[in-house]
Design a protein around this ligand. Structure first.
Ligand code: FES
Ligand code: FES
Length: 164
């Protein structure tokens, strides 16, 4: 089947088998290997991407289900060489060790800050409850999101003011 997907703002298309999973479409067809596959069984969250703004575990979504959608992967976070505040936060707060879970953590928390740019610690912990990290103990990941939240709010305010 021929499918068309917008990935990180760019129109892409590919021929896929009906059984092809979105994670493998992204990694193998589009060479966006920032999306990791840790379990293939919807358990770890390493494969999380946004589909039309909603975080999905791409190892559990068929590529054909993504036909006509907008997908955002971890590669879509930085702009013009500038890290997203969440990426800065993970850097500053040492929110990763091996980094395997990090793309999924970033996409899940990006979606969180899009809908709630001032989350409580409990809300952050609940948001990442579907993303497993075997290295960090989660505390520095929470700290990284807390680092990013005011920067995201500030950027949003500036965008609103410029648009006025
Ligand atoms: S690889 Fe998709 S949830 Fe683990
Ligand atoms: S940093 Fe290693 S799994 Fe999270």
């Amino acid at each position: 089947m021929r499918i068309a997907v917008t990935i990180n703002g760019k129109p892409m298309s590919a021929d896929v088998e009906p059984r092809t999973l979105l994670a493998y479409l992204i990694r193998d067809e589009f060479n966006l290997t920032g999306t990791h596959v840790g379990c293939d069984t919807t358990s770890c969250g390493a494969c999380t991407v946004l589909m039309d703004g909603t975080p999905v575990k791409s190892c559990t979504v068929l590529a054909v289900q993504a036909d006509g959608t907008e997908v955002m992967t971890v590669e879509g976070l930085e702009h013009n060489g500038q890290l997203h505040p969440l990426q800065q936060g993970f850097w500053e707060s040492h929110g990763l060790q091996c980094g395997f879970c990090t793309p999924g953590m970033l996409m899940t928390t990006y979606a969180l800050l899009q809908r709630n740019p001032d989350p409580s610690e409990t809300t952050i912990r609940r948001a990442i409850s579907g993303n497993l990290c075997r290295c960090t103990g989660y505390q520095n990941i929470v700290t990284a999101v807390q680092y990013a939240a005011p920067l995201v709010r500030e950027a949003r305010t500036l965008t609103t003011e410029v648009g006025e």
